[in-house]
Design a protein around this ligand. Structure first.
Ligand SMILES: *Cc1c(COP(=O)(O)O)cnc(C)c1O
Length: 219
């Protein structure tokens, strides 16, 4: 935990990605002062949220199905992975029911892999220009999230993060110029966060480097 923190630039927020790790591992990180944890499965998050201290800020970082939104909206601090208007609408609807405004990031697809979710830059601008999101009073868009291609080519990774920054700048100027809260770029994981924070990241999502390898067998 401290070892990872020591490598972060000032002002970069650390999300400790605890998916597939047992509650004891989270307690240990909590004991070391960590308060922001990222999970990517709703059931697992619900089970952990119930037993862990209430001052933890939970971030949802995985692909979120609309039918599960209602389970996390009452307490989630930030949803990183909004990849459709339909999902945004559902978050807004559920947040209204519990009288909350939920912070979200829009997920941008910049990686070469088809498997990753998110809006392409063109789709994102189109969706924002359509403007339906402006009517949603119970969600607040605070930035973008992206994953780079899983590759050893550091130049490619850096270029993908630069693309995120360019799209961020355009979106900020066109749609959020008067919204200081729109400032986050969630990018960088264990393998590429050192590159990400040199290329504009404000928030890194780190699992393996903090908690070790995940045991998917038990998840
Ligand atoms: C699992 C996951 C991470 C953390 O990955 P590590 O390589 O273990 O640091 C970050 N972001 C997302 C979206 C993830 O699903």
């Amino acid at each position: 935990m401290q070892r990872v923190r020591a490598t972060l630039k000032q002002g970069v927020c650390l999300v400790a990605v605890s998916k597939f790790h047992p509650v004891e591992a989270l307690r240990e990180a909590y004991g070391a002062g960590q308060r922001i944890f990222g999970e990517s499965h709703v059931q697992e998050l619900m089970a952990k949220e119930e037993v862990l201290p209430k001052d933890i800020e939970w971030h949802f970082i995985g692909h979120l199905q609309t039918n599960k939104v209602k389970y996390i909206v009452p307490y989630i601090s930030l949803i990183h992975s909004v990849d459709s208007v339909k999902l945004l609408k559902e978050i807004n609807k559920q947040a209204e029911k519990v009288d909350r405004v939920v912070d979200v990031l829009l997920q941008l697809h910049v990686a070469a892999e088809e498997t990753k979710f998110g809006f392409t830059p063109g789709e994102l601008l189109e969706m924002l220009a359509a403007g339906e999101w402006k009517t949603m009073q119970h969600v607040r868009v605070v930035g973008l999230m992206a994953m780079a291609t899983n590759t050893d080519d550091e130049g490619q990774i850096a270029r993908e993060f630069d693309t995120v920054n360019q799209v961020f700048a355009t979106v900020k100027e066109c749609f959020f110029a008067d919204e200081p809260a729109f400032k986050e770029r969630s990018m960088g994981m264990s393998g590429d966060y050192l590159i990400a924070q040199e290329h504009g990241s404000t928030m890194v999502r780190i699992g393996t480097t903090i908690f070790g390898e995940r045991d998917y067998g038990k998840g």
